[in-house]
Every structure is written in structure tokens, then in C-alpha cells.
Write a new protein. Structure first.
Ligand code: ACO
Length: 322
């Protein structure tokens, strides 16, 4: 049986650029504070009528522009998102319909910023079980629609975007090696997106928007990125010296730097684009991967380490040879 990996990859970011200075007019904040605390200079916001399924379809269309046959043999679609068009139907079903995959399996996966890496592992499982031949994994978010734009603690952090990958057979010596997935609901109240009525460990709330304890999330993120990165490298039989590129979840440049120290890979071998897109949750890893492939940093045969953390709290790390 051939190994499994990513056989096609696309990405999309909405056209509307929101700079740090754009927040100064309506929030008590300043561009310098945002950049120095987070590393973010600008992010993209979807148009008023552009929702997560549309952003996700943008990434699939990019994938198809690069490889028109990429969706043949796809018989399952997973959309990793925490900003779905609706709680029901799944955003995956809406994306599948728009790209001509009507009738295939489709479901959403809710592990926040870990969602894309989780999705790759779930796709691998569906194929290994014989349920699917190839799986389309989309990480798509329109977080600008769910974040309270009057809350300076969260509004400045997030952006909109999507990535789409087809998972399927790849030649020997390439593709996925190991995954490490985890979650701890005890940290659920450190980072959450409210429902109309929301119950969390410790109580319930009735209000929209993102709730976040930034310092708690920061500490959790550094620890879990470091630990899960080291764990997946050990599981693969690799050390940090074997890693050509780390592709981390892009939440905050300081989190990435601190986590890198924990697994001992220099920033010169780490893909960073949080400065231009902010935190696009499940879309950050495929957006960063696509960018580093397009500019030639990541090349065939390179050893990659993917690491992500998010609401749940959750984490996901994976090793793969590109
Ligand atoms: N502009 C100006 N001041 C601000 C802003 C803002 N936008 N936001 C907060 N402040 C203030 C705070 O109120 C605080 O004031 P105080 O000292 O009077 O209370 C001060 O700035 C310092 O706040 P800290 O929380 O200490 O700042 P910190 O250096 O921790 O940075 C940040 C805050 C950027 C949120 C950081 O904690 C962080 O990045 N945490 C992780 C958040 C994250 O990654 N979330 C997404 C997770 S991924 C997912 O699943 C979606």
C-alpha cells in the first residue's frame, strides 16, 4: 500500500486588507502595540456577503487552477472551521456542492486552529479504513464575522482565509509519517466562541463573540507546541536537526519563537506569515505551506514539522516529507 500525503494544495485570502492603523479609529489601541505584542501588521477580512464556504471554495479553486484533475477520486470532504456558515448544514457540504462533489461524504471538524492538521490525520484514517480513496481537507474561516469588533482583546488578532489539500497516495519515501493529536476541555474557558447560549466549565453565558484569556492561551500554546512537536519528532525517529521547515500555526510571533526554542529549530527554518494574515485559525498552516512552496523555500524531499494549537484547548502535530 503506498504512503499517503498531500497530492494538491490551494490557498485563498480575501482581497480586503485591514491594517493595524485601521483599528485605531474605533478601538483604544495603537498599531505599534499590536505589532510588538503579536507580530501582526495586517490581516484580510471577507467581504460582507463572503462567508466561510465562499472563502473555502476560493482555496479549492486555487487548488484546481494548479491541478485541474485534483478532485478525481475524492469521496469525502472535511472542513475544519470554527466560523461555519451555520451550525447546520455543515460548511463542508456547502463547499462540496459548489466544487461539484455532490454526493460524497462531508462533515465539519471543530478543533479550532488545530483543525487543519487534525483533518489531515482524519483523512488518512478514512483512506486507510477503505472508506475513501482521496479526501479533500479544507481549513476555512471568516472569523471577522464572529469576533466582536469592539473588543480590543480579540478583534486585532484574527483574520479570514482558507487552505485546501487533497490527501491521497504519494510515492514511497514521501508523505505523512506520524501525527500527535490532543485536547483538554479543562482549558475550554480560556478560548471560546459563544453560541447563542454557551455552557462552559464553570458556568454559562448569553452573548456573541470570542472569549479569551490571552495570557493563559499564550502559556498553554508555548508548552503544547513544544511538547507535541518534540513528541511527534521522537515518534518519527527524528531530531530537530532533521527538520528542514517548521510550519506552525500562526497566532503570535512571540509564541512561535518561544515554541521553536523548545524543539530547537531556528527561526531561519520556520515559515512565518502572521505579519500579513494574522490568526486565520484552521487556515494558517495551509496558507503558510502554500506560500513557502510558491516562493521555493520548501522543496521536494524536505522534512516538514507541522504544529498547531487552538481552542478546546487542542493541539495537533504532524511530520511529513514533502
Ligand atoms: N491595544 C492596546 N492595549 C491592549 C490591547 C490592544 N488591542 N489588548 C489588550 N491590551 C492591554 C491589556 O488590557 C493590558 O492592560 P492592563 O495591563 O492595564 O490590564 C495590557 O494591554 C497588557 O496585556 P497582556 O495580556 O499582558 O498582553 P500580552 O503581552 O499577554 O499580549 C496577547 C496579549 C497578544 C493577547 C497575548 O497574550 C497573546 O497573543 N495570547 C495568545 C492569544 C492567542 O493566540 N489566541 C488565539 C489562539 S488560537 C485559536 O484557537 C483561535
Amino acid at each position: 500500500r503506498p504512503p499517503l500525503g498531500i497530492t494538491a494544495l490551494g490557498a485563498y485570502a480575501p482581497a480586503r486588507v485591514i491594517s493595524n492603523a485601521d483599528f485605531e479609529a474605533r478601538l483604544e489601541t495603537n498599531a505599534e502595540w499590536i505589532e510588538s505584542r503579536t507580530g501582526i501588521r495586517e490581516r484580510r477580512f471577507a467581504a460582507e456577503d463572503e462567508f466561510t464556504s465562499d472563502v473555502g471554495v476560493g482555496a479549492v479553486r486555487d487548488l484546481l487552477a494548479r491541478d485541474p484533475d485534483a478532485l478525481s477520486e475524492v469521496d469525502a470532504v472535511i472542513c475544519a472551521t470554527v466560523s461555519p456558515d451555520a451550525l447546520m448544514p455543515s460548511t463542508a457540504a456547502l463547499i462540496a456542492m459548489q466544487v461539484g462533489l455532490t454526493g460524497v461524504a462531508a462533515f465539519d471538524l471543530s478543533t479550532a486552529c488545530s483543525g487543519f492538521v487534525y483533518g489531515l490525520s482524519v483523512a488518512q484514517g478514512l483512506i486507510l479504513a477503505g472508506t475513501a480513496r482521496r479526501v479533500l481537507v479544507v481549513g476555512a474561516e471568516a472569523l471577522s464575522k464572529v469576533v466582536d469588533q469592539d473588543d480590543r482583546n480579540t478583534a486585532i488578532l484574527f483574520g479570514d482565509g482558507a487552505g485546501a489539500a487533497v490527501v491521497g497516495p504519494v510515492p514511497q519515501g514521501y508523505g505523512f509519517q506520524q501525527f500527535v493529536l490532543g485536547a483538554d476541555g479543562a482549558g475550554g474557558s480560556s478560548l471560546y466562541i459563544r453560541c447563542a447560549a454557551t455552557k462552559l466549565p464553570g458556568g454559562f453565558e448569553m452573548a456573541p463573540g470570542v472569549g479569551m484569556n490571552g495570557r493563559e492561551v499564550f502559556k498553554f500554546a508555548v508548552r503544547v507546541l513544544g511538547d507535541s512537536g518534540n513528541e511527534v519528532l521522537a515518534k518519527t525517529g527524528l531530531t530537530s536537526r532533521d527538520v528542514d521547515w517548521v510550519v506552525p500555526h500562526q497566532a503570535n510571533i512571540r509564541i512561535i519563537e518561544a515554541a521553536n526554542e523548545r524543539f530547537g529549530v531556528p527561526m531561519s527554518r520556520t515559515v512565518v506569515n502572521v505579519d500579513r494574515y494574522g490568526n486565520t485559525s484552521s487556515a494558517t498552516v495551509p496558507l503558510a505551506l502554500r506560500e513557502a512552496l510558491d516562493d521555493g523555500r520548501i522543496q521536494e524531499g524536505h522534512q516538514l514539522l507541522l504544529v498547531a494549537f487552538g481552542g478546546g484547548l487542542s493541539w495537533a502535530a504532524g511530520t511529513m516529507r514533502w
